[in-house]
Every structure is written in C-alpha cells, then in structure tokens.
Design a protein around this ligand. Structure first.
Ligand code: KE4
Length: 427
C-alpha cells in the first residue's frame, strides 16, 4: 500500500470521503487521489515522493506558483505579529486599495473567507437593496455552496428552480431561476415572467465550473443592458477569473461594469480569502451602515490580507510579463495537446482564455452546459489517469478549468506535451 493510500484510508475514517471538498476525491476520474506532501513553483510532491506538474493550482489561487518567496515571507512576517485579531488593522485597507486599483467598478468592498461567502453575501445584499426575491443564475455556473445557489433548472425556461442538492428546501430553490448560459432570449423570457421581482443576475463572466466556456460576443453586454432596463443588479462572479484573465478580470477584458463583483482564490494568495464589492450606494446597505447583515470571525484575517497584498503587488508590478507569459505558455500547452489529439484521431474541443482552459472530449463546439455535457467523460478519465501516471496533475474532472502559473515555462510545456503523446498512445 502506498503512503497516499494509507493516508487516504486514515482520512476516510475521519472526513466524509476522506476529503474536505468533494472534487478532491477523484470520483469523476477514478483512482486514488495522491496526498500532497509539499509544493514548490509549478510542482507538487505526494507522500510517496512522486513529482507532478501542477495544472490546477489549488483550483486557481496559485497564479505565481507554489511557495512564491515574497508570499511566503509576507505570511511568515504576519504570523509573527499574531494570526488573528478580530479587530481592524491596516492590512485590510492595504489590500482593499490594491483591489480597487485593479477593479474600478469596486468602490467599496468587504472581505470574507471564501468565494462561497462572497457570492452568498452579494446575493443577500442585492435582495436587500432591491427589495426583490428572485435571482437568476446559469446552468453550469457554480457560485459556491450556499443553499440558494445549489439550484438546477426547472422544467421550463422561466419556471422556478428546483433543489440541486439534498438539504435545500424547495422554498429556497424556488426563488432562483437557472437558465442556459449564452442565451439572452431565455433571460428576457424570465424577466417577462417575473416583472419587478428579480433582484439580480449572478454569472461567471467566463465559465470555469462546467469546464471553460467563453461568453458569445455581446452576451455579457446583453446581460448588462437587460438588468439596467429592469432595475436589477448585475453580479459578476470573478472568484475564478479575477486577477486570472487580467488584473481586472473578465470585466476589464469585456468592458463590462457590473453593480457588484465577487472575488476569491488569487486575492488571498492561497490563504482563505474572498471579497465582494461594487457600487458604494449598494455596499452601504451592509451592516453596520445599513439593514443587510453580514459578518465573519476571520474576515480580513491579517495573514490572508498580507498574502494577498504580496500576490497582487507582484501581479501589478510585473503585469506585462505576467499576463504575456501566461498567455504564451498556456497557448503552447492547450494548442499543443489539441494537435496531438487531432493526430491521434481523438475528438477534442479546446476552450481557452488566457491561462484558463479545458480540453473537452467531444467534437461539439462547447458554448453552454448542454454542449459541454456531450463530452466523453470516460475518455477524459482515461486521459487524466494516464497523465497522472506520467507526472502531470490535471483537474480531476471533465467539467473543471485547468490553470497555469508564472512558474510554468518552456521546460514544463515540453514535459506536458511529451506526457500527452504517451497518454494518447495508450488509447
Ligand atoms: P469557494 O467557496 O470554493 O472559495 O468559492 C466558491 C466559488 C465561487 N465562484 C466561482 C466562480 C468558483 O469557481 C468557486 C469555487 N470553484 C471550485 C472549483 N471549480 C472550488 C474547488 C472546490 O470546490 O474544491
């Protein structure tokens, strides 16, 4: 028995599925998940000493690679000053200033400890500000595990949402409308069916949680226009895309000004941190100024703030090299593997933007969850397993986005392409 397997058996006696988050259990791809011992740069090492090229980066946060020295030093220094105060300190405003520099639409923000908290809080705020109950989300988009967001589409386009998880009451789900992504007509229909009742739309401006799905031209602008016309708020969930696609996330690339933005992952440099922010008049509905309650013991935690400051400061200072490098390295990997698959006769569609991409094992152009669902998940599982054997750790699900870091360079590109050649050769 490998040390990872021993650790997994031990963990399974304490943690459901042996994990603290379901996707880590490798259920979507099969096999036993390695237990990570340490990570540095572009690599992970497991408990048996096996080395892996990391292509998921803790699901997005590790854009500068693991154990990036300035981030490590910032965390060490912060820890020596005390791990948590439960009181205000300078580092909250220091990080907030960097966030508002990157996201001009964010006039005020509040830190929380996860993307889930950011999205849950933003929706409560939108409901409190508008006095409306209904929320629109899109199939394939994930905004964390708050009850009102674990909802799937009802039978018809504008029908009420139904629970997407056990434990979510119908009464909660019914106020969330789950619509197809990249379909503006569906949004118009929903607003026609619920006039004056929709508080907000929350959307991943570039979807990562169905695999990577790119907005069709005009789609995001269409959502902005419709929400303005109906007095609803537009929430861009940039937990994954924020600081990833550009310093100002997807809203900078697509030129969209939302009412609220949610952030997470990169903002904390690998430590637990999320944030939500936007229009000052909306944010000032939050306690202690306004009637919408929201709180958190570890919100604005000094270690997370300092890790985020070190991360964003580096991204800002070196933005040219960072985002050009990420674009070039990711393009070489994404297109390189697509070419190898083509030569091997494997049906594959590659969706990529910047350093976020997905190889869908389907010949269909993927523009929404329905087309993503045509993917051969068994073929993806075989590919994932073969790549793990070759020392390349891809996200363990067809319906997830892969990410690179600034620590990935030409050597990593060559290594990954060689691994893919051997993986496809195995069939
Ligand atoms: P967290 O609560 O996991 O920090 O963030 C929730 C969230 C919100 N919005 C978007 C766009 C997200 O991608 C996420 C979390 N993403 C997943 C990966 N697809 C986290 C991985 C996991 O659940 O273990």
């Amino acid at each position: 028995m490998t040390k990872s397997r021993e650790l997994q058996v031990r963990a399974a006696g304490l943690l459901p599925g042996g994990v603290d988050s379901p996707v880590r259990a490798f259920r979507a791809v099969g096999g036993d998940p390695p237990f990570v011992e340490r990570a540095h740069g572009a690599y992970l090492w497991d408990a048996d000493g096996n080395k892996y090229l990391d292509c998921f980066g803790s699901w997005g946060p590790m854009i500068l690679g693991h154990a990036f020295p300035p981030v490590v030093e910032a965390i060490q220094a912060a820890a020596a000053r005390g791990a948590s105060f439960g009181a205000s300190h300078r580092y909250e405003a220091d990080l907030a200033e960097l966030v508002t520099k990157c996201f001009p639409s964010v006039e005020r923000l509040r830190f929380v400890s996860s993307g889930t908290e950011a999205c849950m809080s933003a929706i409560r705020l939108a409901r409190g500000f508008t006095g409306r109950k209904f929320v629109i989300k899109f199939e394939g988009c994930y905004h964390g595990h708050a009850d009102s967001l674990l909802v799937k589409a009802g039978s018809g386009i504008a029908t009420l949402g139904i629970p997407g998880s056990a434990g979510v009451p119908e009464e909660t789900a019914m106020h969330t409308l789950a619509l197809p992504y990249n379909d503006l007509a569906a949004v118009e229909t929903a607003f026609d069916a619920h006039p004056g009742q929709i508080a907000c739309i929350i959307v991943e401006p570039v979807v990562g949680n169905a695999g990577t799905i790119i907005p069709e031209p005009g789609y995001l602008a269409g959502l902005r226009k419709i929400t303005l016309a109906h007095g609803s708020l537009l929430i861009l969930d940039e937990v994954m895309t924020g600081f990833r696609l550009s310093l100002g996330g997807a809203q900078q690339i697509y030129g969209i000004t939302p009412d609220l933005t949610t952030l997470g992952k990169i903002i904390g440099g690998g430590l637990p941190c999320g944030a939500f922010g936007g229009r000052a008049d909306v944010m000032e509905f939050l306690a202690p100024l306004g009637p919408v309650y929201q709180a958190g013991t570890l919100s604005g935690n000094p270690l997370a703030m300092c890790a985020g400051i070190a991360t964003l400061s580096h991204l800002i200072e070196h933005q040219g090299a960072v985002y050009t490098g990420l674009e070039n390295t990711t393009r070489a990997i994404a297109e390189g593997v697509a070419g190898i698959a083509r030569e091997a006769g494997i049906a594959m569609t590659t969706n990529r933007i910047g350093s976020m991409w997905t190889w869908f094992f389907t010949g269909v152009h993927v523009t929404d969850f329905g087309s993503a669902s045509t993917s051969d998940t068994a073929a993806f599982g075989r590919f994932h397993h073969a790549m793990m054997e070759a020392g390349v750790w891809l996200p363990p699900s067809q319906f997830e986005a892969a990410f690179l870091s600034t620590a990935h360079g030409e050597r990593e590109v060559e290594y990954l392409l060689e691994a893919a050649k051997s993986a496809f050769a195995q069939g």
